[in-house]
Design a protein around this ligand. Sequence first.
Ligand code: HEM
Length: 522
Amino acid sequence: YVWPSPYDFLEDAYTVSARFGGGGIVPGVDPCGVSPFGFLPGRQAASEWLRLAYHDMATYNIETGLGGLDASIGFETTRAQNIGTAMNTSLVFFGAFQSKTSSMSDVMALGVILAMKNCGGPSIPFRAGRIDAVTGGPETVPEPQQDLEMHTAAFALQGFNVTEMIGLVACGHTIGGVHQVDFPLSVQNATSAQNPEGVVHFDDSFDSFDNHIATQWIDGTSTDPLAVGFNDTTNSDARIFAADGNTTMRAFAWDPEFFSSQCGSLLERMLNTVPNTVQLSEVIDPLPVKPYQLQLSLATNGSLIMSGYIRIFGTSAEAAAASETDMPVTLSWKDRNGQSNTTYSTSALAVSQPSTSLWGNVRFFQVDAIIESQSGISSFVVDWAFNSQDTLTHSDNGGGGFPLQDVALFQADNSCVTPASQANPTTTVFAVIRTDLGPITSAYIDYSSNVNQEGSVTVKQVAARFPLVHFGNSSSPLYDTYSVSFPTGETTNQGVITFDVVAVITGKTYASANNLAITTPC
Ligand code: HEM
């Protein structure tokens, strides 16, 4: 894909794990055995995310095309089949990443992909575009006391045959375990001071996505409480694993690569099981070169300032061996008439140390350039190399360059927000709009905030439009200042607030999109 895209935020979270520009999701499951928020003993965030996603998907009905991964689970957590506090713990974690361009169900899918990879599991391709449900789905999550016939029928309705059911359950139950506090019919005498919830793991490597769930089942050393538990009625894993005479489990035990690749494709299908009205995106892979938080604003001296970062990603040995201080990264821009000039160029400097990524190597370079406002900017290209001795790679974003409009600009100066503690908190946005392109038909803020939802810990994104009002001159005769104050909206614990500054001039729309909520107090 090319930048900018509605999926930039998800691509960032997919590509960058931690340190500068870190997407924030991977630290929640790193290392693989880590407990949610780092302090809940006997709990494991990675396995909780996977169980959450399966239970959400389990509402799918292949006959109606309804249900699937749609975050309806938020409205279903009080049901017996979703017992445990884990579902809500996971949803609260994911809530921090929900935004206009990242639905809860997309974040859940991304979370599972990152968690599995970080646990040593397969690389599952990521597609976005899921739409969140606003009510619960049918009560169709399989439960351990049900018989094989019921389980076979339930998986068939979700779109998985017997072989795939065995696979999906084995892939799911290779990490994590069963908690006595929630499943006393399957686990007993397991609680202790160190293990307050009485977790018993499915296999001897609960924090590694490997085939031990199968090897231990086949060689008779299984500890899976749902396979060799004291209560035959709830030994659903035993019934499922043996449903084809152990053919699938033997193949998994025999070949760890086969287990991993089967799990990769089954979990991919699970995550991509969505209501038939949803159209998923192409696979989102890390962009080799991508702007990050790149902004244009008008300075007090009347010139434009381009500030932000360029991210360079690579999977080669050279990318791994690179030293960021020895990497040349140059931005060259075209002015607003599409003309180049040798002075339209700036070099970007490495941000102190490389960031981490599950997929390759990531480094950020800081941009801080002054652009003459008369000539302006329309796009730029990046010339760079992993090493100052190398020939430069010319990155032009698929041919057209990285577009950057200089017409409608958000101005952080003076923009502010009144404290949430105050009655009717308001946000004030200042912007500048170019005046030499013709009459401004309309100018507004598209504001995307969140409201709490009855019956779910998750929030819902809501959109509102507020007209910008002409405020006066700016530091440049080429721009006028506009402003608007509007209600900040409901206070929620979750969800990212963003806003676009938009101007329509002689039929053309110019937008400074996805600015993050203003935090500067008024
Ligand atoms: C017949 C189908 C299934 C049944 C009856 C079943 C049942 C269970 C039960 C009773 C637990 C214990 C939960 C707890 O104590 O917190 C559990 C845990 C888990 N299940 Fe399943 N499950 C099934 C299928 C699946 C599938 C298809 C997946 C994913 C692909 C999955 C993923 C998990 C994970 C990751 C855990 C560990 C959760 C943790 O460690 O907190 N399960 N399952």
